[in-house]
Design a protein around this ligand. Structure first.
Ligand code: SF4
Length: 217
């Protein structure tokens, strides 16, 4: 039986919320490796499916299991960690309110990593990281135009394309694009290019995927 994780007087769980089903690729405990919350342990809930298909995407978001919120909470409770990240795939293609209500009732801090194509309702998420993909999709519109961090995968695009977006975010990051199937030299050049752009543009900071160096998820 699921330990509900909250005291008796606070048992407010809705049966509909507990039975809500999501497509889940994996749930794991790790350390955030990139962006403003790098170094903080989190439980990552990776949702299946995405509304985009980026050529560098390193997530197999089409292999997932159907999990109810009861199943998800059972997994989350295995870890002594109150920080959650909704990631994907694209988590915002789901109705996240049921799992959000259940987690917030238990005192969890919820972050999200989203491509920004779907607006996030007020109050749903505690920490919003938008990683826009309009550098490759000219027809993609960013609907989530404010948040805590804007993390742009850098491929040499003109930063002026973000001029009307950056004022909505507290932290601005450029992260060199890394292709698993390209050479060390190719990826190294892109790392160097991103570093030089950050040195010339003080508003932006460099984000590196340090978890990949450590060989963790
Ligand atoms: S938006 Fe993210 S999850 Fe979706 S295809 Fe692009 S990199 Fe992959």
């Amino acid at each position: 039986m699921l330990d509900c994780g909250i005291s008796g007087s606070q048992r407010v769980d809705s049966p509909n919320d507990l039975s809500q089903v999501y497509d889940i690729v994996e749930i794991f405990h790790s350390v955030q490796g990139e962006g403003a919350r790098a170094g903080i342990p989190h439980v990552f809930i990776r949702f299946g499916n995405c509304n985009l298909r980026c050529e560098w995407c390193d997530t197999d978001f089409l292999k997932y299991d159907k999990m109810s919120c009861m199943d998800i909470l059972s997994e989350v409770f295995k870890f002594d960690c109150k920080n959650i990240i909704f990631t994907g795939g694209e988590p915002m293609i789901n109705d996240l309110w049921p799992i959000q209500r259940l987690l917030k009732a238990r005192g969890y801090h919820i972050s999200i990593e989203t491509n920004g194509t779907i607006a996030i309702p007020d109050g749903l998420i505690d920490w919003i990281c938008v990683s826009p993909k309009d550098q490759i999709y000219t027809n993609v519109k960013i609907k989530q135009r404010h948040g805590d961090e804007l993390k742009c995968v850098y491929l040499g695009q003109d930063l002026a394309m973000y001029d009307d977006l950056i004022q909505g975010f507290q932290h601005l990051y450029l992260q060199p694009c890394y292709f698993d199937d390209k050479s060390v030299e190719w990826n190294g050049k892109n790392f160097a290019l991103t570093e030089s752009i950050v040195k010339e543009n003080n508003a932006w900071r460099l984000s590196l995927q340090t978890h990949k160096w450590m060989g963790i998820d």
